[in-house]
Design a protein around this ligand. Structure first.
Ligand code: PLP
Length: 408
């Protein structure tokens, strides 16, 4: 088995090692939860403080024009585009993933008149399913049907308007075949909506090459833009040209918001998917984190991500009571490792008490996220060692580790 010294040698040769100093992480913590809430970039507090103190505090309302506040959702969208393989005009930053899914799914249904079924993954992050239920509930005869991705083809009949899938499964870390599935869905006459929450910033995402119709994603996971930071949405250029409609027709999606006209006239292009004033403090944090991402080579991120997850799997497989749930094949793996353990919750709590932060998803999955910009091979080695010790010592049986918080 690989030694800690060998891991230190991998760190010394790591082309991404210099990124570690761009993030603030507390001493004594090995952070394996960047797939849930990314770490804080060093420059973010200063950037947010500048928006608060200078742009808001001193410049006040003038900042809408002078500091480019009005343009910010587009500017950030253009900067996210290369991370998801999109054209700059196809992406905008706004609202949350759930709200954005509501908008693009509604638009998709309108683009497929006569079809009323939306297919979703039964195991998906539930908010996506709740939104699909909400959208189809407003369409006469609409229905949202839950399937498993491997049996998708059987369900692709003439009533399916759209399919919503996560590129990477939030629980198991399984990566789906984006181009293959998109092509099959489109061949059946339906539109493909990808949720890239767990793949953006974890691996190169190629929405354009896959000919995806729509996508949504969040920025507070691998993109490190902070709790509650705004999400983004993608609409393929060919659909934008058709002038799709979305139901949250707020003033920021209007062609002339400051004309204050009583009737709604949507903006041309991606702007029609905006609804409200941007949350500029969250957007400032996103801007600071994109400053880091713009210097990162996504291919190097993917290479290191696979090496880190391979390393972790090799160190933990065979531990007592642990089953590796994440696919072994690289082509089917995102940037996290899920381990099944009957007492996963207290085991994760005991690990956190030792400074190794992962998380737990009911009923029995321990999740560990691997973020190549700020995680080293030695940290992964140490984390695996700590997990082995927690299991061998049985310390997770202490009663305090079984008490559950609101958020797991
Ligand atoms: C994190 C995540 C979300 C988050 O939704 P919000 O509306 O931004 O809270 C949605 N979908 C998936 C697949 C996620 O992983």
């Amino acid at each position: 088995m690989i030694t800690r010294e060998e891991c230190a040698a991998l760190d010394a040769a790591d082309p991404l090692a210099a990124f570690r100093k761009e993030f603030t992480l507390p001493d004594g913590v090995i952070y394996l939860d960047g797939n849930s809430l990314g770490a804080l970039p060093v420059r973010t507090p200063e950037r947010v403080a500048q928006v608060v103190e200078q742009e808001w505090g001193r410049e006040l309302i003038r900042s809408w024009n002078d500091a480019g506040w009005f343009e910010q959702p587009y500017r950030l969208g253009r900067r996210i585009a290369p991370l998801i393989g999109a054209d700059p005009a196809e992406v905008v930053v706004c609202d949350t993933t759930s709200v954005n899914l509501f908008k693009v799914l509604s638009a998709a249904l309108e683009l497929r008149p006569g079809r009323r079924t939306v297919l979703g993954d039964a195991e998906a992050f539930p908010t996506d399913l709740y939104i699909a239920e909400g959208v189809t509930g407003q369409v006469e005869g609409g229905r949202s049907v839950l399937v498993h991705p491997e049996e998708l083809d059987r369900h692709l009949d003439g009533d399916v308007a759209a399919v919503v899938l996560s590129h990477v499964d939030y629980r198991t870390g399984e990566l789906l075949d984006m181009p293959g599935i998109t092509a099959r869905v489109q061949a059946a006459g339906a539109l493909m909506i990808w949720d890239v929450c767990h793949s953006v910033g974890a691996l190169p995402v190629e929405l354009g090459a896959a000919k995806a119709d729509f996508a949504v994603g969040c920025t507070y996971k691998y993109l490190n833009s902070g709790p509650g930071a705004p999400a983004f949405l993608y609409v393929a250029e060919r659909h934008l040209a058709a002038g799709p409609r979305q139901p949250l027709s707020g003033w920021f999606g209007h062609a002339r918001p400051f004309a204050f006209e009583p009737g709604y006239d949507p903006k041309p292009g991606i702007g029609r998917f905006l609804t409200s004033s941007p949350s500029l403090l969250g957007q400032a944090a996103l801007g600071a984190s994109l400053d880091v991402w713009e210097r990162a080579d996504l291919a190097a991120v993917r290479t290191k991500s696979l090496a880190l997850t391979d390393l972790f799997v090799s160190l933990v497989e065979g531990l007592d009571g642990v089953e590796v749930v994440t696919p072994r094949e690289h082509a089917r793996r995102g940037s996290q490792v899920a381990l099944r353990h009957a007492d996963g919750y207290p085991v994760v709590q005991a690990l956190i008490a030792r400074g190794v932060i992962g998380d737990f998803r009911a009923p029995d999955l321990m999740r560990f996220g691997f973020t190549p910009l700020y995680l080293s091979y030695t940290e992964v080695w140490d984390a695996a060692r700590q997990l082995a010790e927690v299991l061998a010592s049985g310390e997770w049986r202490e009663e305090r580790f079984s008490r559950r918080g609101e958020v797991t």
